[in-house]
Design a protein. Structure first.
Length: 373
């Protein structure tokens, strides 16, 4: 049985065609399917790095006009993290140590190239691990920043709330004056509209505050439908140009949890649903939010969407932290892993039913707190 040959886009810095052939032969024997570009000078190297991408760079130690170490520092200066192996005919121990200290990944002797295949395989694996780690760090930074932004929004909401409370009190007074100073009906209408606008602002401010409460918040009886309404208002602009929004709530529902944490779960599920639905077919698309009591003592919430659905082999993976199919800047892949953690903390469960082409249904089963409030 022949194993699949691994494709390798190789940048070779080398001035001897004999050595070029030797290296390519060795890589071929080690199972690589190499496509390579040969460069000899600093300028050629610069141009080749620009043209990239490269899976690996192999450089001769001594080159006309510059050295392998200088080539390596050129790669580093560009912030590129590509496995870099130095090859040399002869080498003093000092030179080898200096090269490794500079960060060159490995140093090989031309008469012992048998080590080339395994050394390259190791470096390629490690480069993948480094790239994953970098991606994870970037995403963590991003989610940190989002949390900070949430705190900022909560602060602003709090600042708005104080003058808003006075405004509501004064408008209420104006609407209900003493008997002898009754408003003219037209004036009363104007004040009533102002009062309604102020109430609307109060709801928006309340929604913002729900999403930025401290983590230490205690769990207790929480009005589920109030949280869902708040989430749907927050997600309104993302949803409304993509799909119809249908609410199908049954009965009243008090669940064990906290407003902020429940809101986090449902906001992510609703945004995921909206992001899954393609643009431009609003009339045929729907996001449906369903709540049902479930025996014994549970409430089931379902978020249905008419998006492309999810293949069965991904049903578990999508809950893994950092698993995302969205471009950088759109998704961090943290949403569902956070949803599952919060649902479990509240004594609940989360899961999905989905098939490609048949939309998705994410369900959350929560403990009912009916009677304990
Ligand atoms: N309703 C859905 N329809 C289709 N695919 C979905 C749906 N919800 C989630 N997914 C898939 O699951 C992946 C993981 O979702 P998750 O919410 O964890 O992360 P994300 O949405 O990609 O990023 P983030 O939530 O951090 O912004 C998504 O990238 C997407 O591929
Ligand atoms: Mg998400």
């Amino acid at each position: 049985m022949t194993a699949q040959r691994q494709r390798l886009r190789l940048l070779l810095i080398e001035d001897s065609s004999d050595d070029e052939e030797l290296l390519l032969q060795e890589l071929g024997t080690s199972g690589y399917d190499v496509s390579h570009t040969l460069v000899m000078t600093r300028e050629e190297l610069s141009r080749a790095l620009e043209a990239g991408p490269w899976d690996a760079i192999i450089s001769d130690y001594r080159l006309p006009g510059f050295t392998g170490l200088e080539a390596f520092s050129l790669v580093q200066q560009r912030g590129l993290d590509i496995p870099f192996l130095l090859v040399s005919g002869t080498i003093g121990e000092d030179t080898a140590v200096a090269a490794m200290k500079a960060g060159v990944h490995d140093f090989l002797l031309k008469d012992r190239l048998g080590r080339l295949g395994p050394a390259l395989a190791r470096e390629l694996r490690e480069a993948v691990v480094r790239a994953e780690r970098r991606k994870m760090q970037e995403q963590l930074l991003l989610s940190d920043r989002l949390a900070a932004l949430g705190m900022l929004a909560a602060g602003v909401a709090h600042e708005i709330n104080n003058p808003l409370s006075s405004l509501l009190v004064h408008l209420d007074l104006a609407l209900n004056p003493p008997e002898e100073r009754q408003l003219h009906p037209e004036e009363a209408q104007v004040v009533r509209s102002a009062f309604e606008c102020a109430v609307h602002i109060r709801d928006i401010v309340r929604d913002i505050k729900i999403f930025a409460r401290p983590d230490s918040e205690q769990f207790g009886p929480t009005e589920l439908h109030r949280v869902l309404d708040s989430v749907l208002r927050m997600a309104w602009h993302q949803v409304i140009h993509k799909a119809r929004l249908v609410k199908d709530y049954q009965g009243s529902a008090t669940v064990h949890g906290s407003e902020a944490r429940l809101a986090q779960i449902f906001l992510n599920l609703v945004i995921n649903a909206a992001q899954a639905i393609p643009e431009g077919q609003r009339d045929q698309q729907e996001i449906r939010v369903v709540t049902r009591p479930e025996v014994p003592d549970s409430i089931r919430v379902e978020i249905h969407d008419t998006g492309p659905g999810i293949p069965p082999e991904l049903h578990e993976r999508i809950f893994e932290p950092f698993f995302t199919t969205k471009p950088v800047g759109v998704g961090t892949g943290l949403g569902l892993s956070i949803c599952r953690r919060i649902a479990t903390e509240m004594g609940g469960h989360i899961g999905l039913k989905s098939q490609p082409g048949q939309g998705s249904l994410f369900w959350v089963l929560l403990r009912s707190a009916q009677g304990s409030s």
